[in-house]
Design a protein around this ligand. Structure first.
Ligand code: ADP
Ligand code: MG
Length: 230
């Protein structure tokens, strides 16, 4: 029943978002249509515009991916090892990091197991979004430091980049739908991440200094195995 409730909440949120989504998708569509008309009329050199069209199509694709990751019904919350999930995410993201020569420094401290109740694919999605943002904010040759630890009943994951940082006036807008400072951004990654973390009874905190870097800190209640009563 709780699963159904969460699913209907998610659909309601997507309903609220839909006007924004339509707007965000209509811009690239308008541009694609315009270029196709010019191409058809023979007024422009087709090859010059293929890159623009590809970029616009990719933008629509990214918006769809972000929303689908969120809309997908979540599996039942089960005990998951957050350290293992972080490990898998780093494995997935290392290609993107290497292309930018960003060094990922991953130290799960002494805790090789941090068990929380969750949906593995949604947790993975959150970590991917934050690691990806960290790489995108980094300069070529930057560093992403990732740690996992335990503090009073909580599992804590910290993802710190030494990239551009977030100016104070933008900090308040982080996580709002469609807030992006990137040319190809969707501004949906963190919105989706905040909702997922909230559904996991966790929270996200941010420390950032413009020009110095940013730390995203994820807190989740640890899952404590019930001891059988005798
Ligand atoms: P997108 O990545 O598509 O822009 P997100 O929701 O993932 O959307 O992020 C929203 C905005 O938050 C980004 O455009 C960027 O301005 C800011 N941001 C997120 N993470 C970082 C970071 N690690 N360093 C600097 N800015 C960040
Ligand atoms: Mg992002």
């Amino acid at each position: 029943a709780e699963k159904r409730l969460r699913q209907s909440e998610k659909l309601a949120i997507i309903g609220e978002l839909s006007a924004g989504v339509v707007h965000e998708i209509r811009n690239p569509l308008t541009s694609i249509k315009g270029f196709l008309q010019l191409m058809q009329a023979g007024t422009i050199n087709t090859t010059d515009y293929i890159q623009i069209l590809t970029t616009e199509v990719e933008r629509i694709e990214q918006i769809s991916n972000d929303l689908l990751a969120f809309a997908k019904p979540s599996d039942e919350l089960k005990p998951q090892n957050l350290v293992q999930i972080m490990h898998d995410v780093i494995f997935l993201m290392r290609g993107q990091a290497e292309r930018k020569h960003v060094d990922i420094d991953w130290t799960p401290s002494s805790d090789s197991t941090l068990t929380i109740l969750g949906d593995a694919s949604q947790l993975k999605q959150v970590l991917i979004n934050i690691v990806k943002n960290g790489i995108e904010a980094s300069k070529d040759g930057g560093k992403l430091k990732i740690t996992a630890s335990k503090t009073n009943g909580h599992a804590v994951i910290e993802i710190t980049d030494n990239g551009e940082g977030i100016p104070a006036d933008k900090l308040a807008k982080i996580g709002q739908s469609f807030f992006t400072t990137k040319e190809k951004g969707t501004g949906l990654g963190l919105m989706v991440s905040y909702k997922i973390v909230k559904n996991h009874h966790g929270k996200i905190t941010i420390d950032s200094k413009e020009g110095e870097g940013t730390t995203f800190r994820l807190h989740f209640p640890l899952f404590l195995k019930k001891v059988k009563e005798v």
